[in-house]
Design a protein around this ligand. Structure first.
Ligand code: NDP
Length: 246
């Protein structure tokens, strides 16, 4: 039977590429959309036209009860989750001087609490069944910090600690937990940065001289989801065109 993959934030730039890649590999792919998202039906229809029968569930990943209700419904309709990709995320950039509690909390809840909220719903089942993959989409800015991103860098760095601690706890149970840290990938989140900033400040920092492609990150997710990646756990895999090496 096809394995079930749940990709949070699958209607965003990276998430969509991950959904497409996993579906092409034969996974039954489910995704989430946030309660304010009014375009989920048209996205699903557009994907259907391309031949992808994704399932989508409303979920505020920042809210534990919402995550619980979403996964319970999904499991009832599709079956247990074998692969969880914690991909949903936001930015609320501002210098620390201007950073207020609202923007700190929004990013911590959406980018880090969400990892607990979603993983909690699927991890015990993976352990019981003896197979599972948890993949957390972090960021290069969680590794090196970024100006104006104390909230985002802290949340993304927090994912690494979570990944390593949980990887230890489930290592003997057939469940792997890994983090991917993309650099600048050409999705809407990045293309909203003014062109002159991209060209004068960001691309020159990337030794390969270009933005990454969502499909390149999706390929890494596909590998970590596979049986071949069974011995990879607690890892943080950078995919950043050489921008940051550690
Ligand atoms: P997008 O803004 O295109 O997509 C983000 C997704 O997150 C959307 O689908 C959105 O869903 C979802 N989301 C946001 N808040 C919530 C919420 N409260 N509940 C449920 N879903 C939510 O971003 P990208 O595709 O570019 O980024 C995806 C991930 O990759 C993020 O975690 C980001 O931090 C990370 N990343 C991206 C990089 C890049 O260069 N693009 C670089 C490094 C990391 P909806 O539309 O339904 O609101």
């Amino acid at each position: 039977m096809a394995r079930v993959a749940l990709v949070t934030g699958g209607m965003g730039g990276l998430g969509e590429a991950v959904c497409i890649k996993l579906a092409a590999l034969g996974y039954t792919v489910c995704t989430t959309y946030s309660p304010g998202n009014t375009k989920h039906d048209s996205w699903l229809a557009a994907m259907r036209e391309k031949g992808f029968a994704f399932r989508a569930y409303e979920c505020d990943v920042a809210d534990f009860e919402s995550a619980q209700a979403c996964v319970a419904k999904l499991v009832q309709e599709v079956g247990p989750v074998d692969v969880l990709v914690n991909n949903a995320g936001i930015t609320r950039d501002m210098t620390f001087k201007k950073m207020d509690k609202v923007n700190w909390d929004a990013v911590m809840k959406t980018n880090l609490d969400s990892v607990f909220n979603m993983t909690k719903q699927v991890c015990d089942g993976m352990v019981e069944r003896g197979w599972g993959r948890i993949i957390n989409i972090s960021s290069v800015n969680g590794q090196k910090g970024a100006f104006g991103q104390t909230n985002y860098s802290a949340a993304k760095a927090g994912m690494h600690g979570f990944t390593k601690a949980l990887a230890l706890e489930v290592a003997r149970k057939g469940v792997t937990v890994n983090t991917i840290s993309p650099g600048y990938i050409g999705t809407k989140m990045v293309m909203e940065i003014p062109k002159e900033v991209l060209e004068s400040k960001i691309i020159p920092q990337i030794p390969m001289g270009r933005l990454g492609k969502p499909e390149e990150v999706a390929g890494l997710v596909a590998y970590l989801s596979s049986d071949e990646a069974a011995f990879v756990t607690g890892a943080n895999i950078a995919i950043n065109g050489g921008q940051h090496m550690s």
